[in-house]
Design a protein. Structure first.
Lengths: 158, 313
């Protein structure tokens, strides 16, 4: 058998798709569901541009086989906002000028969202944010402001 | 579990988190005809045993291993080693079993257009005269100079971990060191596992008294493999004389390298810079660096000394 019917919950909508077993979650999201917010930067798990939340945890979608994610809940950058209300990270990225070309930004947002869910309530230092976001590359070099934006939200969290 | 191992045949590979295997498939290095996803088998628990040791299921995610209260409090060096590896995203998916079995990142192994005795036995080893600045200084052979990339495995090697495996032929336990092999004449096999054997758990004995540390030296501050790393446990009983020492090195060999010679050299002596230097020298006497990784010998020596000094101070 080389194809499988996979059912996933993506951004609060259920999708059932017949996929080639070799399909990555990233390709399923982009090619089959039209959710092109998640980017294919390296396709090898090294750049983080494909970062999504899988059952609440940040992962590189390029290295997850769609069939292995069957039954899971996926949140992409398109699912971070609540209607017209931006996610606090999205608002902070705008406020702190944390992107230039925007290509890495969806991955940065999902990775930061995952990080905030992983972290202890006391908040993160800038050094810790940098270390914990080391899986997200930014060729424009917006790192300084990315760290500021994430720090602003981390500091504001209860 | 019985179904998983019974389903094994030629062309089958077990899939954990996929963070190495899917990458190798995309590179064309791994070409399984069939994958068996073992990540959802009931192998995801960490439990304490009656002797005060711990049993870690092979499907436990790296992130969960590092964050587990028993590991963080009783085996902090293991948690530190896991957190020193990969990225947050990779640690969330990577499993303990998969981490042990990840393949070398030697650039020739990963490039299917290149000869490689590990990937294509008999084709040659271009690394020996080529890009080997981050490859082995210990235990290598004329066939292969690759290193094992895992940080977790170095910590487990220092902690005398035992690896539980099962197959249709039965179950067995393999010690660390011992799971991974030196390349010798057959670098195609990274471990002593037989085809079809599935890692089900890793168990650790009760933690040794004393302090422990994991130090990693690399070219970037994060998300990079070790040039050299050190996992160490040192017990001086509060005095200056060393009662017990466990030491393992990463980034230096085809296996996580247990530094038995160093351990014997410091047993029963006063722990100071001179004795640590002598111990490091004794271990590294066997080093046979390549043209472009001579720096690793001094780096390993300095890192051993500094790590052990940190643990007596």
């Amino acid at each position: 058998m080389s194809r499988t019917a996979v059912t996933l919950r993506v951004n609060e909508a259920t999708a059932t798709l017949d996929v080639d077993n070799r399909t990555s979650l990233l390709d399923l999201l982009r090619e089959r569901l039209g959710l092109t917010g998640s980017k294919k930067g390296c396709d090898h798990g090294q750049c983080g541009a494909c970062t999504v939340l899988l059952d609440g945890r940040r992962v590189n979608a390029c290295l997850v086989l769609a069939v292995a994610a069957a039954g899971s809940v996926v949140t992409t950058v398109e699912g971070l906002a609540d209607g017209d209300d931006l996610h606090p990270l999205q608002a902070a990225f705008i406020r702190h000028d944390a992107f230039q070309c925007g290509y890495c930004t969806p991955g940065q947002l999902c990775s930061a969202a995952g990080l905030l869910a992983e972290s202890s309530p006391r908040g993160l230092t800038p050094g810790e944010i940098r270390e914990q976001l080391s899986g997200n590359l930014c060729r424009c070099g917006a790192y300084v402001n990315i760290v500021k934006a994430v720090g602003a939200v981390a500091g504001a969290e209860p | 579990m019985a179904d998983a191992v019974a389903g094994y045949g030629p062309g089958t590979m077990y899939l954990g988190g996929g963070t190495n295997l899917v990458d190798l498939m995309r590179l064309g290095v791994a070409t399984p005809e069939r994958l068996v996803d073992v990540s959802r088998l009931p192998l995801g628990e960490i439990t304490e045993d009656e002797r005060g040791g711990v049993r870690i299921g092979a499907a436990v995610r790296n992130a969960d291993l590092a964050a587990h209260p028993v590991i963080a409090s009783r085996y902090p060096m293991l948690a530190r080693a896991v957190l020193a590896g990969a990225s947050g995203q990779v640690r969330n998916m990577a499993t303990v079993g998969g981490n042990l079995l990840q393949r070398t990142r030697c650039t020739y192994f990963q490039d299917v257009t290149m000869p490689c005795n590990k990937r294509d036995p008999g084709s040659g080893c271009p690394a020996i005269d080529g890009d080997h600045a981050n490859l082995a200084i210990l235990g290598h052979s004329a066939r292969c100079v690759a290193t094992h990339p895992s940080d977790m495995a170095v910590a487990l090697t220092a902690l005398d971990a035992r690896v539980h495996v099962t197959s249709t032929s039965g179950s067995r336990v393999i010690g660390m060191p011992g799971l991974h092999r030196l390349p010798a004449d057959d670098p195609s096999r990274d471990t002593v596992l037989e085809p079809g054997e599935l890692i089900t758990a890793v168990s650790l004995p009760p933690p040794l008294p004393g302090r422990s540390s994991y130090r990693k030296v690399r070219e970037r501050a994060s998300f990079a493999f070790a040039l050299v790393s050190v996992a160490a446990v040192l017990d001086t009983g509060g005095g200056g004389v060393i009662r017990d020492c466990r030491l393992a090195l990463g980034g230096v060999a085809h296996v996580p390298w247990r530094a038995f010679t160093s351990e014997r050299a410091v047993a029963g002596v006063a722990g100071d810079r001179d004795s640590f230097a002598a111990a490091a020298d004794a271990e590294l006497r066997a080093a046979a660096p390549l043209t472009r990784n001579v720096y690793k010998v001094a780096l390993a020596r300095n890192l051993i000394i500094e790590t052990l000094e940190e643990l007596v101070s």
